[in-house]
Design a protein around this ligand. Structure first.
Ligand code: C5P
Ligand code: MG
Length: 162
């Protein structure tokens, strides 16, 4: 029996919430008093998915491909990073079966933006909407995320040999 060549990858990221920065998740600008701080646009969800894809293909991690010391990535649109990871996956001989993810953020409520975020990710990943899932959780008011000082994202990706 031949074993199908499937690969899973796990991604995680965190960024600090601060005033005067935009809140961008999966490439979608979310109205919010606080935004995410970082070298790039600090899109914590896109970064987690980027690492999930790179991990599944055993192609290192986001910092290896896009060092945060490199001025080229200052203020970068993280969809560029994600798209680059998609190309790395393709060159390695895989296609993306699905991506699931969770954003952990105390506020604002994100559920009204779920479809917009999924559509944005679907376009960047080059896969159909039904293969892209985004979930949201609070941190129940405890810890840095719960106190509204930071946000986290988790992602998992499944790749299939083309
Ligand atoms: O964290 P908790 O279990 O209370 O979240 C309940 C629901 O609230 C989630 O399943 C999600 O649909 C929604 N939610 C949201 N935006 C957040 C956090 C949670 O829409 N920032
Ligand atoms: Mg990040």
């Amino acid at each position: 029996m031949t074993i199908p060549d499937l690969r899973t990858g796990l991604g995680w990221d965190t960024h600090i919430l601060t005033a005067g920065r935009p809140l961008i998740l999966g490439g979608v600008h979310i109205p919010s008093e606080l935004g995410l701080d970082g070298h790039s646009d600090a899109d914590v969800l896109s970064h987690a998915i980027t690492d999930a894809l790179l991990g599944a293909a055993a192609q290192g991690d986001i910092g290896m491909h896009f060092p945060d010391t490199d001025p080229a990535w200052k203020g970068a649109d993280s969809r560029q990073l994600l798209h680059h990871a998609v190309q790395i996956v393709r060159v390695a001989g895989f296609q993306i079966a699905n991506v699931d993810s969770t954003v952990i953020l105390e506020r604002p409520k994100l559920k009204d933006y779920r479809l917009a975020i999924r559509e944005s990710l679907s376009a960047t990943l080059g896969i159909e909407l039904a293969r892209v899932s985004v979930k949201f959780k609070t941190h129940e008011k405890v810890g840095p995320v719960g106190e509204g000082r930071s946000a986290e994202a988790q992602a998992i990706a499944l790749l299939i040999r083309r």
